[in-house]
Design a protein around this ligand. Structure first.
Ligand SMILES: Cc1cc2nc3c(=O)[nH]c(=O)nc-3n(C[C@H](O)[C@H](O)[C@H](O)COP(=O)(O)OP(=O)(O)OC[C@H]3O[C@@H](n4cnc5c(N)ncnc54)[C@H](O)[C@@H]3O)c2cc1C
Length: 423
């Protein structure tokens, strides 16, 4: 708000605020300019917050930076959609066709056309991200999202020659600061793109441990990362490949070894599963603050709830606990072949480990329960539910259902922490 509000004062004001008909275009032009400049500032914030390579330099918890990014993208940017329609009104053009008609005659027209292009790209990204995101696959959505990289330069080019306020010193100052920040952020992004800040790890082992689930052990003899239980890292097969996040299931600060456990899901994890011992991969991180509340006090009364591969952030926490008096693990999987670390959990947690099998008809060990995981099941076991902190990790639907059931059953909002395996 601090960076956007000043536009109300610094943009060129109409000479009068009278609502006489001959003065209306000047007032509309002012409103449209404020909206346009604010839109560029919002885009800059989205550019800063939307990537961990920049936000990650200052914040360990990227979830809220992504939330602000998403909020700005969904709601903050909507006002900008008015800008071309208002300008069409000011220029007495057809409000429906003006923003769609590319004109390249004069330099002024060319710069308006940069704005038209930026607007069309912005609407495309907005529709695919805010309206139909759940209907399109992750990759097509991601590639469309990359169009963001050209919207900001196009918008800057657009206002440079067309903004009537550009002659005003404060506006010029803002404009050059915006360009400077844009360049700095782009350099920082590019730095990561070239591999700076990432660590090369050798693959010590990459083997299947359960149905569709692999364990990847990585070795780095010279550089020690400082990873806290529950954090995640980004993994990249090579500099030009995609980067995907994975929780660190185990980390040994003495040897520098990292262990990831991943489920083969789509094309990236499929290629990851084909990597052999001796090959190298790039690791960026760690990030995340999901289980921070129990990092310092590892014996706090805790209920871990994992859906499928969502068990990974809890493995290290459970292994390093010295007392299991107040620790429960509810681990929901379709069948026994999909659960990992089962023997470890049975050994450490005993009857405080409940494995919930949704697709089996009978239990295979004492800790098994057939059915679906819900808050009622949890409270059947862990009776004094208000003492505990709840950490839930798994698919979005499971997290949302369980959170509302727990809240309904009297668990306080501040006792529940969640992590979704997808942004
Ligand atoms: C913080 C965090 C920790 C995770 N930890 C683990 C783990 O320990 N083990 C594990 O098996 N999985 C984990 N995941 C999920 C894992 O990142 C995805 O399953 C994996 O990236 C899927 O890639 P794919 O090519 O196999 O499938 P795709 O078909 O490409 O993706 C399937 C879904 O995964 C999500 N996804 C894909 N790529 C990314 C990305 N670059 N960033 C964010 N989300 C993405 C999207 O929601 C997508 O719809 C974690 C995810 C997050 C956000």
């Amino acid at each position: 708000m601090f960076t956007i509000l000043p536009f109300i004062w610094i943009v060129k004001h109409p000479s009068s605020w009278s609502l006489a008909s001959e003065n209306i275009p000047a007032i509309v032009s002012y409103i449209s300019s404020v909206i346009g400049f604010s839109g560029i500032m919002s885009l800059l914030w989205m550019y800063i917050l939307g990537t961990r390579t920049v936000a990650g330099l200052y914040f360990r918890d990227l979830v809220w930076t992504l939330k602000v990014h998403r909020w700005l993208g969904t709601y903050g940017i909507v006002a900008v959609f008015l800008h071309p329609f208002l300008m069409a009104y000011v220029y007495a053009e057809n409000v429906f066709t003006y923003w769609l008609t590319p004109r390249l005659g004069s330099q002024f027209e060319q710069h308006i056309t940069y704005g038209r292009l930026a607007f069309i790209l912005l609407v495309t990204i907005w529709v695919t991200s805010a309206i139909v995101r759940s209907k399109i696959k992750y990759r097509p959505w991601k590639y469309i999202h990359y169009l963001t990289y050209i919207i900001l330069p196009l918008s800057i080019l657009h206002i440079h020659e067309t903004g009537v306020s550009m002659q005003l010193p404060f506006v010029q100052f803002y404009f050059y600061v915006t360009i400077f920040i844009y360049i700095v952020i782009t350099v920082l992004r590019f730095r990561y793109f070239l591999g700076f800040g990432k660590t090369i790890f050798d693959i010590a082992e990459n083997s299947q441990v359960a149905s569709n689930i692999f364990m990847l052990t990585l070795h780095q003899p010279s550089k020690r990362l400082s990873i806290r239980p529950g954090q995640y890292v980004y993994v990249q097969r090579h500099l030009l490949s995609e980067e995907h996040p994975f929780s660190v299931a185990d980390y040994d600060p003495d040897t520098g070894n990292i262990r990831l456990v991943y489920k083969v899901f789509g094309s990236f994890t499929e290629k990851l599963s084909a990597l052999k011992k001796g090959e190298v991969i790039l690791v960026d991180g760690p990030y995340g603050t999901f289980t921070e509340q129990i990092v310092m006090d590892q014996n706090k009364p805790t209920i871990f709830v994992a859906g499928g591969i969502g068990i990974t952030p809890f493995i290290k926490h459970i292994e390093r606990r010295t007392s299991f008096k107040n620790t429960w693990l509810f681990y929901s999987v379709p069948d026994r072949n999909s659960s990992i670390y089962n023997d470890v959990f049975v050994r450490l947690l005993g009857d405080k480990y409940v494995r919930i099998l949704s697709r089996e008809t009978q239990p295979h060990q004492q800790n098994d329960r057939i059915g679906h995981l819900d808050a009622k099941t949890i409270h059947e076991y862990a009776k004094s539910f208000d003492e505990y902190l709840y950490f839930i990790c798994g698919p979005k639907a499971m997290i949302n259902d369980l959170r509302s059931q727990l809240l309904e059953s009297g668990v306080s909002f501040v006792q529940i922490y969640t992590e979704e395996f997808g942004f």
